[in-house]
Design a protein around this ligand. Sequence first.
Ligand code: ATP
Ligand code: MG
Length: 255
Amino acid sequence: MAYVISVVNQKGGVGKTTTTVNLGAYIAENRKRVLIIDLDPQGNSTSGFGVDKSQIENSVYDLLVNETPIKDVIQSTNVKRVDLCPTNINLAGAEVELVSAMSRETILQRALGTVLDQYDYVLIDCPPSLGLLTINSLTASNGILVPIQGEYYALEGLTQLVDTINLVKKRLNPGIGILGVVITMFDGRTQLTRQVVEEVQKYFGDKVFKTLIPRNVRLAEAPSHGMTISEYDAKSKGGKAYCALAKEVIQRTKI
Ligand code: ATP
Ligand code: MG
């Protein structure tokens, strides 16, 4: 059965999508079957895999709102052993449309349940908010991966995130917990970033992955070519870092 990971931080632009796409690609290089779910209406992980958002037949919106079976939403990607549930801007309406739906927090969990035996890992790229989409993700997950950008306000808002996780744990998914915290866009040359890393370690202890993801322009370029870093430039610092992170994640989840 797949281990399901929510990539969550309600703060925007901290590296959720970059982490989901590239971690997913490198986990698959370790001969694991991976399903990526793009749960952000911006659809950045969809385009990160080179999928044209205007050509999607069934999207995560159809899955959540129209109850389209997940097998009809899943498509393959250019990356071996990686499948994708793609998303376009339609998903932006889902939070509102689902307000009166029955058991609206567990739709994704129920849908995923039907394909968990076909994958080793499911990675869910969450939007930068703690709304219903993120709640669906947390409810469907075994573990949470929190990307934190190495910058001054990094820890701001994390109490709110931890409160939300605790609420989901109490009401919807008693098994959920933080799998790990990954520092992104790390720039070891600045004292500030090093201080932030220390603070994050103080707050999260051994939950913090040893691998630091460096600030690396190749990571920012890859999505504009519709490629993961493993396809675009595996030898880059960013590629090597996500490769190392994948090994740590596999080790920590022991599959
Ligand atoms: P959002 O909250 O909007 O979904 P996000 O948390 O998913 O954002 P990303 O889209 O992954 O964040 O990253 C934000 C921007 O920073 C993107 O332009 C991305 O290409 C760039 N970026 C992410 N990680 C790195 C890195 N390690 N080095 C350089 N650029 C990066
Ligand atoms: Mg994103």
